[in-house]
Ligand binder design. Structure first.
Ligand SMILES: C[S@@+](CC[C@H](N)C(=O)[O-])C[C@H]1O[C@@H](n2cnc3c(N)ncnc32)[C@H](O)[C@@H]1O
Length: 280
């Protein structure tokens, strides 16, 4: 099987998907362990038996709907390449909006040696992006799934980041009562009976990373209630949330006593990140 034939075959297997062309090429690069440019440079390259077998297996998994990032085991986020696992969510591009907003908040502190806590760290995506941009900061990422903590720790090593550490904790339960300059979180925020759970990649992602009670806000409510005890003066709390939850999250922050509360839109123009500042 040549490269051009392999792509054509994969596209025919994945025809139900709108991303069949991209998916076929990503999976072929994975099977060949080559960059995309190789596919265009050597369309007549013949796959060996191992490459062919890995490729056909990957395409079959994708045809059943399995997310690309779970098949290849990696996903790029910010400037990092992260290992993924079914123990937690696959990092999404829109979460980079939370990183951008956290960096904007961080710039308000004169001293760059700030303390940051990432609640529900998963792959460590947010924690590691912030740690890489703020090398003088100390970042703590927590997750209540042990495999996620192990994964995030591995991703720190993979990306040579040594100012981030990870621990298992049910939200703040095992976090020492420190005073963080920033607390960031992309918690579970989908309603338990949402039809969205039956679509696309989320069908393969763990419920523990997705759902949060009937209105999707249980975890956000819990974190907002406890966060003030863990924030320093003028510290900021930032959430990613569902596109219809901006008003509700703003209300919760204002009711708890946060100030300068605002919502920021994602790359599709939808409400995605809400933040507020704490005054001791
Ligand atoms: C939506 S995922 C976000 C993962 C990662 N931060 C990201 O943005 O890609 C939510 C994460 O919160 C974790 N989580 C859920 N409930 C938790 C709890 N009670 N305490 C700590 N982490 C929790 C899940 O295991 C999951 O990794």
């Amino acid at each position: 099987m040549r490269i051009d034939d392999a792509i054509a075959w994969a596209k025919s297997q994945l025809k139900a998907s709108t991303s069949s062309d991209v998916d076929a090429k990503v999976l072929l690069c994975h099977a060949l362990d080559k960059p995309t440019s190789f596919l265009f440079t050597w369309p007549e390259f013949e796959l060996n038996d191992t490459q062919r077998s890995v490729f056909t297996d990957c395409v079959k998994q994708r045809a059943k709907g399995k997310p690309i990032a779970y098949i290849t085991g990696i996903r790029d986020f910010w400037t990092l390449t992260l290992k993924t696992s079914p123990a937690t969510l696959i990092p999404r591009p829109d979460t980079e909006v939370l990183v951008e907003q956290a960096l904007a908040c961080a710039s308000g502190f004169q001293n760059e040696a700030i303390d940051i806590c990432d609640l529900g760290t998963g792959t460590g995506a947010i924690a590691l992006a912030l740690a890489s941009e703020l090398p003088k900061s100390n970042v703590l990422g927590v997750d209540f799934i042990a495999d996620a903590v192990e994964l995030a720790t591995h991703n720190a090593t993979l990306n040579k980041i040594n100012n981030a550490s990870f621990k298992q904790s049910d939200w703040f339960s095992s976090v020492e009562a420190g005073k963080f300059n920033l607390i960031v979180s992309n918690p579970p925020y989908v309603e338990t009976n949402s039809p969205y759970l039956q679509q696309g990649d989320v069908r393969f992602e763990p419920d523990s990373a997705l759902t949060s009670g009937e209105d999707g806000l249980e975890d956000i409510r819990h974190i907002i209630h406890l966060a003030p005890s863990f924030l320093c003066d003028a510290g900021a709390l930032l959430f990613e949330h569902g596109f219809e939850q901006g008003q509700a999250v703003r209300n919760l922050l204002v009711q708890r006593g946060f100030s300068a509360v605002k919502t920021v839109q994602d790359y599709s123009g939808l409400d995605r990140v809400t933040l507020g500042y704490w005054k001791n």
